[in-house]
Write a new protein. Sequence first.
Length: 226
Amino acid sequence: MQDTTILVVDDEERMRKLIKDFLNVKGYKILQAKDGEEALDIFETNKEKINMVLLDVMMPKIDGWTVLRKIRQETKIPVIMLTARGEEQDELFGFELGVDEYITKPFSPKILVARIEAILKRVEGEEKQIKNFDGIEIDEDGRTVTVDGKPIELSLREYELLKYLLDNERIALSRDKILNNVWNYDYYGDSRTIDSHIKKLRHKLGKKGKYIQTIRGIGYKFEVKK
């Protein structure tokens, strides 16, 4: 939470202060905007560090729907819409545009905080399943690998070998240790099969294949060196 920044957008100063006070107690960093135009300016300047947006619908200059559309063109960060209008059609419209939660005013600040924490915890869990190593991105849930955004085809064993190397980044791994952990003790050939799989992996990773280093007399190590 210490590094979590939330952008609060509402044309009512009293509402912004109320939300800020409750979120500050929880350790969140708060940015504020009083209208849609200011919200977009703040978002563009701070989009690398903003983790969530609390967004009012009815605002001067630019309304919340327009702000939401522009945010969704650049990022999938969580957005909670705050509105005095509780009509079903409005809520459905919000979800179609990519809203994560829809809260109707007046609301309990404690409930708002609870929903914020639940969404951030969910997003954090999702992010942990996708790891990036200088452009080599591995999605553990989908068991897929991309290099600089382009998917690469890996066999099951190649995927497991790459994942083992990445999970042990910067650690020199012996061939026996790789066999025991990737082939699960059920392989009765020799360790040359590892060399063959490493060669294929390097080829499929292209320029990033150099990160799989040969450690003479030991085995292999994955380390990002630019």
